[in-house]
Ligand binder design. Sequence first.
Ligand SMILES: Nc1ncnc2c1ncn2[C@@H]1O[C@H](COP(=O)(O)OP(=O)(O)OP(=O)(O)O)[C@@H](O)[C@H]1O
Ligand SMILES: [Mg+2]
Length: 331
Amino acid sequence: MHRDIFPAYHARSCHYNLLFPMKADTAIIARAVTKRYGSLTALDSFDLEVERGTIFALLGPNGAGKTTLIRILTTLMRPTSGEAFVSGLNTARQGREIRRQIGVVPQENSLDRYLTARENLELHARLHTMEPKKYRRRIDELLELFGLAGRQHDFPDTFSGGMQRRLVVARALIHEPMVLFLDEPTTGLDPQSRRAVWDYIRSIAGRMTIFLTTHYLEEAEQLCERIAIMDHGRLITIGSSAELKAQLTGGATYEIEFADRAELFAEALRRMSCVGGLEIADRVVTVKLERWECLAEVVSALNGAELRRISLRERTLEEVFISLTGKGVRE
Ligand SMILES: Nc1ncnc2c1ncn2[C@@H]1O[C@H](COP(=O)(O)OP(=O)(O)OP(=O)(O)O)[C@@H](O)[C@H]1O
Ligand SMILES: [Mg+2]
């Protein structure tokens, strides 16, 4: 019956799907998303696809545009131009449907200070029209999991920053969202709480799509199958951690541990043209070579030295980040 009543709508939606084919396993899409705040372009024709059921990290220096993208994807803000989709729904036109399916941990904690921790969670569950029987059990579980059960009847203002953060993460999970957005979920958490959040994220991996921004590269590396790096509102690169590291060209770093006379050999190495940088700490000399093939030259220069080891230093995500953005992650 519906089809007969709305032929024009169906004709339009078919036309639409031809223009924007969407794979069934894609949870998030941004197509040429641009956002301007006055004369400032925070997102500049940003394209992205995130596969369903994956854990995805968006990295970028301060002001890169990460929160702006999350605001658009979570329907809090409209793009100036371009389109975005979450679970196949258009963020500009189907906000209500999207909000039912997503969980959001905003960058700034947004707890109701006049409600206790438990009441904050209950309010959220009721906004999502959950049955009390179901949400009471779920809230008990989450409070326990995030180490807040003992403080559930206290007000968030009396919590430490880390406890508030854990409460916000718990709140985002109550209604078992299909897509979870976490804008710097672990900023301000001590290492133990950070690991608790990581463990939880790992335990729900596969059941939902997780989109997170972080300034902890270790977090992205440990948790995320795919990582994107952005700066100045544009996507710079995307791939697995190994793929991103493989993009780093230009040389290799070796650590050479000497039994003795490290300074003497370090001096000889420093004079070699293929050595781009050298550091010495105790008896370990770290040399940056312009090309890994230079290793042969280096080894011959070490003739007569008593060596304990030569090892290739693994590239880090931080090196990739710095080489692509020109900045340290916390700048
Ligand atoms: N409401 C706003 N009005 C004007 N400019 C804004 C607004 N929100 C963000 N901006 C600007 O847009 C740019 C992107 O900001 P955004 O908050 O998206 O960056 P971010 O990558 O999340 O940074 P951070 O790592 O510091 O959280 C910045 O230059 C910021 O100053
Ligand atoms: Mg931000």
